[in-house]
Design a protein around this ligand. Structure first.
Ligand SMILES: NC(=O)c1ccc[n+]([C@@H]2O[C@H](COP(=O)([O-])OP(=O)(O)OC[C@H]3O[C@@H](n4cnc5c(N)ncnc54)[C@H](O)[C@@H]3O)[C@@H](O)[C@H]2O)c1
Length: 376
């Protein structure tokens, strides 16, 4: 495994223009954030320096795996450290806005996991403070940085699909275990943000700005049993400003899905070809101009990097990929995506979905962009 990772990191070093200037990363929230701390051993432009959590047991677990870092229960103390250049936030959804504002005020750039924010007030505040402090933020949309989705994007940019005519994305996952671990998921957020941020970001990535959404939602039996206050089943139709259309779907009270489907899928239908990227089987399937179908399946080759050697594990590779990508953009002053403005736009699309479900009517996105201050 070490040999494999070294090879992968060596490849990246060769293609990197920024070797030598590694940015220090401080991570807040050490459940999913612990994954990033471990994954930072795979990065070439960033290194782990600090971890922070309110709970001592989370710190102890992280310290066991990475004993040489600075740990604290005080977010402010982590922000005050000079060796922390970028703060990576993996706290509960409703806390992200305040964490981001404090990091910007402390002069730090930020990686914030999805969903970036989950309220209009937080979107407005974060935008205002970013403009004043001139700090930068990457939304950690992990799916974009998973191997099949990287390959699909590369093919799309090379013209393999022609013009896109339909985008179909979903994220489906049984979540009773998540409520047990993180009770805030039942009361302090909504699955339109927590789960649907994956497919809605994917649609936005391909179709650009979204003009209008029309959605239906439902609360599953499993969601009700777990005390869910909002909805956990969503079907969303999206119309982009270019006139192209998409569907996004989510179900977080499902029992199990048969193996033919994956929990996250992105189907692109273009004038030339169609193709499907899957998480977490790590398959990329696509048609060719001659009508043949190809299935690229690098699971056994890349599971060490993406899943820490398990067959199906958690997001080590994606987190390493996006941290290096963002660090490279900061060091070399390059554009990157999804940045803060795109993240706010995607939040507004999700908020429009929430309102559409409440009213049963289509909802335009533009008034929300004006309300949060993204558009005049
Ligand atoms: N694909 C992905 O990128 C992905 C996957 C899973 C979770 N997430 C996101 O990560 C975030 C956290 O999810 P999780 O499953 O780790 O939740 P969790 O409830 O298991 O962990 C959150 C941790 O944050 C800590 N915390 C709360 N407030 C804090 C503060 N002010 N400062 C420091 N620590 C604080 C808690 O003590 C807890 O340990 C969520 O927003 C979730 O959507 C992203």
């Amino acid at each position: 495994m070490k040999e494999f990772l070294n090879k992968k990191i060596e490849e990246r070093r060769k293609s990197s223009s920024s070797v030598g200037s590694r940015k220090g990363i401080g991570v807040a929230g050490l459940h999913e954030g612990r994954t990033l701390l471990v994954a930072l051993s795979r990065t070439t432009l960033a290194r782990a320096v600090a971890g922070c959590d309110l709970e001592e047991n989370k710190i102890a677990a992280a310290r066991k795996e990475m004993p040489d870092l600075f740990y604290t229960r005080s977010y402010k103390e982590m922000l005050s450290r000079d060796d922390v250049d970028i703060v990576a936030i993996y706290t509960p959804d409703a806390v992200h806005g305040q964490n981001i504002v404090e990091a910007f005020e402390a002069g730090k750039d930020v990686i914030c996991t999805k969903p970036f924010v989950n309220s209009m007030a937080d979107a407005q505040k974060v935008l205002e403070v970013a403009r004043r402090t001139q700090r930068k933020l990457l939304v950690g949309q992990s799916t974009r940085f998973f191997e099949p989705f990287i390959r699909q994007r590369r093919a799309y940019e090379k013209g393999h699909y022609g013009e896109l005519e339909l985008v179909d994305a979903h994220y489906i996952h049984r979540m009773d275990w998540f409520y047990e671990k993180s009770p805030w998921a039942a009361t302090d957020t909504d699955w339109i943000f927590l789960g649907m941020s994956h497919p809605i970001d994917l649609v936005r990535w391909y179709l650009g700005p979204i003009e209008e959404v029309h959605a239906y939602g439902y609360t599953s039996a499993l969601g009700k049993k777990c005390g869910l206050q909002s909805r956990d089943v969503y079907v969303v139709n999206l119309l982009s400003t270019s006139g192209k259309i998409a569907r996004a779907m989510g179900h977080y009270g499902i029992r199990e899905i048969p193996s033919a489907r994956n929990c996250i899928e992105l189907l692109l239908c273009g004038t030339s070809n169609s193709g499907l990227a899957q998480y977490h089987d790590m398959r990329y399937k696509y048609t060719n101009d001659d009508g043949t179908e190809v299935c690229e399946d690098p699971l056994y080759e890349l599971r060490h990097y993406y899943f820490n050697s398990e067959i199906h594990g958690m997001h080590y590779g994606e987190f390493a990929n996006y941290t290096d990508y963002f660090t490279d953009a900061l060091i070399n002053n390059k554009p990157y995506s999804p940045n803060l403005e795109e993240g706010i736009e995607t939040f507004c699309v999700m908020e429009a979905v929430r309102r559409s479900v409440q009213t049963g009517k289509p909802v335009a996105v533009e008034p929300l962009l004006r309300e949060v201050g993204l558009k005049p």
